[in-house]
Design a protein around this ligand. Sequence first.
Ligand code: GTP
Length: 390
Amino acid sequence: MDGYLGVIVIVAVVALLAAGGLFLLFRPGRKAAPPVKPPEAPTLPEEKLPPGVGEEDEGATTTLPPPVKPAEPVVLPPEIEKPPPSAGRMVRLRSRLARSQSAFGRGLLELLSRDRLDDDVWDEIEESLITADVGVAPTQAMVEELRTKVKVLGSRTPDEVRKLLREQLLAQVNPDLDRTLHIQKHGERPAVVLVVGVNGTGKTTTTGKLARSLVGDGKKVVLGAADTFRAAAADQLQTWGDRVGADVVRGPEGGDPASVAFDAVAKGMSEKADVVIVDTAGRLHTKTGLMDELGKVKRVIEKKATVDEVLLVLDATTGQNGMRQAQVFAEVVNITGIALTKLDGTAKGGIVISVQRELGVPVKLVGLGEGPDDLAPFDPEVFVDAILGD
Ligand SMILES: Nc1nc2c(ncn2[C@@H]2O[C@H](COP(=O)(O)OP(=O)(O)OP(=O)(O)O)[C@@H](O)[C@H]2O)c(=O)[nH]1
């Protein structure tokens, strides 16, 4: 009996303990088990810092390295170029002329070398000269002279024909014309060159090239961007000026060209420049408009200086159209010289002869390419020899 009682007591004790355990386990408000602690990151061996950095001395604050300032971009002044002098440029550029003009010369030499020069051949010679833009009157004069000389010669060697043609072409180009640019200073006062012509003829480019060539000849140049109708023209001129260290005076877009011209001359005087070159706007809107504009520019310059050279820029590739434009300018302003551009891009080199004859003004400069130094003082003999392709 006692054995049974003992078993009953043990079972009762076990049941009580189990009930207590269950209560403890499920009692209300029991907190969830704490999250599992992530494993600690492995510690790296301590980095050795330079002395003084990161050390915490008593009473001292942490010294951080000064922030590194990004380096300022270095703006170098534009490099000033040293252009070559203008002398001998036409000889250097002769191959360009020969390339564009020699077909015309070769054609003439071939025709004049024929055994029999009948009327048909003379007509062909005449046509060839007209096609090269020599102009009607100079063509007739040349053909007449050639006919007489050929008759005197009788049979002709190739050298004789060449000599004959050279003489005739040279006579028409007229080597005796004074082609010097009027760019001499007047005491302290700079010379003033006014550049006129229709936009698109290469006027601004020619102004820039001329400035370059004068700098190459040792002159101090100031440029006036009086073509205020075309903002790009002033920018273009600025670039030309910057390259050779010539000051460029410009005004607001659409501003008064005469005022820019005046300021340019004033700058030229204060800077003791040798030459001031003023690029004008050549809007052929109406003849009176053009006359007013260029007349005012000239008058205003003359309050301070004299206009020594008025250069008309003419595009050789525009033929008779270009000639008509030239005539309008000649009626409006007293042109003293012609800058004939793009002569490398046309076989119509005869325009040298016709434009001089029509306007009574010498070709002083020729453009023979797009490069910055492709503007040359005009040399009649080099020109004729390039045509004849010697
Ligand atoms: N092949 C050749 N190109 C030339 C010559 N002169 C100027 N040019 C080029 O002709 C292009 C057109 O020039 P234009 O349209 O007349 O421009 P621009 O020189 O600003 O003239 P404007 O309009 O009068 O200010 C440019 O790329 C020039 O470099 C030249 O003698 N030969």
